[in-house]
Design a protein around this ligand. Structure first.
Ligand SMILES: C[S@@+](CC[C@H](N)C(=O)[O-])C[C@H]1O[C@@H](n2cnc3c(N)ncnc32)[C@H](O)[C@@H]1O
Length: 303
């Protein structure tokens, strides 16, 4: 099954939900991502915010409650209808739809802020990362902000993981799902620029030794008390101090970039989206209860 297929991600989340994997580890992931969002999101509340995948919300508390505080309208998408359905069950009332970040069903300049947490590192080719960045740039309004994280190829373990056969890694349970192509910080910066984005900040996050930390979390959540688990999470968080070191891109699992769309930039596919789509998403965002099912069906079915 292709890494980029809906069925693949449907099957990942179905298995994940049945086995309740990595709950403690996902708490850490939410905290690290949450710290970054608090630091980098605009202080003033914005009108429309898009999150490009919903895995965090499907398997854990996720980031939507934090993001919702920063925007009047939060919209979450995911390639996988199964993940969208899982989040709808967990958090009724959110505005969600199944959509592909490489071909977004939204009009140009639809969003003030876009948050993309490790979504674009699940493709088969670098070209798809570039396509997705161009799409994100297109739907971002000029002056709007994109906060993106991606597996960091400058991290030795990420590099090694990406050259080893994925079947072997999955068979040994060293990874929970297949990893996609990714790039290092400088290349990501270049791709952002090519997509008409100006990079404002760049850093690396998630500095603990991940494979070991995930294994310890697995054991601790089975055999220890909540107090011990909470101490463990605090200990993991202390690794984030490594972000202040010049070696941050060697120790941080993810590259994080905050970029803005240059005013006057329309995005590479500016003319390729219909007014209907733009109007549909506008309605969905401003009047989700009334229009959600009708509009989102339209968005979900579009291929
Ligand atoms: C395993 S997750 C990792 C992301 C998660 N935010 C994290 O940091 O752990 C990858 C997510 O991206 C979604 N995804 C993969 N390809 C996508 C695409 N082309 N468009 C939108 N979502 C996609 C998958 O369905 C899945 O929910």
């Amino acid at each position: 099954m292709s890494l980029t297929s809906r069925k693949y991600w449907d099957s990942v989340v179905a298995k994940w939900s049945a086995t309740r994997q990595q709950e403690l580890w996902r708490q850490h992931s939410d905290v690290v991502n949450g710290q970054l969002l608090r630091r980098w999101l605009p202080e003033d509340r914005v009108a429309r915010l898009l999150k490009t995948d919903l895995f965090d919300e499907a398997v854990s508390n996720g980031l939507y409650s934090l993001l919702a505080k920063h925007a009047d309208h939060f919209l979450g998408i995911d390639l996988s209808p199964g993940i969208v359905a899982a989040v709808k069950l967990r958090v009724p009332g959110l505005t969600l739809c199944a959509a592909d970040v490489r071909d977004l069903p939204f009009g140009d300049a639809s969003f003030d802020v876009i948050v993309s947490i490790s979504t674009l590192d699940h493709f088969d080719s670098v070209r798809e990362i570039q396509t997705a960045l161009q799409e994100l740039s297109r739907v971002l309004r000029p002056g709007g902000q994109l906060l993106i994280t991606l597996d960091n190829l400058s991290h030795p373990v990420v590099w090694l993981r990406n050259i080893l056969p994925q079947r072997l890694l999955l068979g040994l349970r060293l990874v929970p799902y297949r990893a996609g192509t990714t790039c290092g910080p400088r290349t990501l910066e270049t791709y952002c620029r090519d997509a008409g984005l100006e990079v404002l900040r760049m850093t690396a996050i998630l500095h603990c030794p991940r494979a070991l930390a995930v294994a310890c979390a697995y054991l601790l959540e089975r055999f220890t008390t909540r107090r011990t688990q909470s101490r463990y999470l605090n200990a993991l968080l202390s690794f984030e101090r490594l972000e202040a070191c010049p070696s941050r891109f060697r120790t941080g699992h993810y590259t994080a970039i905050l970029a803005t769309k240059r005013p006057g930039q329309t995005g590479s596919n500016a003319c390729s989206r219909s007014t209907l789509k733009s109007a549909a998403i506008q309605e969905t965002l401003t009047n989700p209860n009334k229009l959600r099912s009708k509009t989102l069906n339209k968005l979900t079915c579009r291929e």
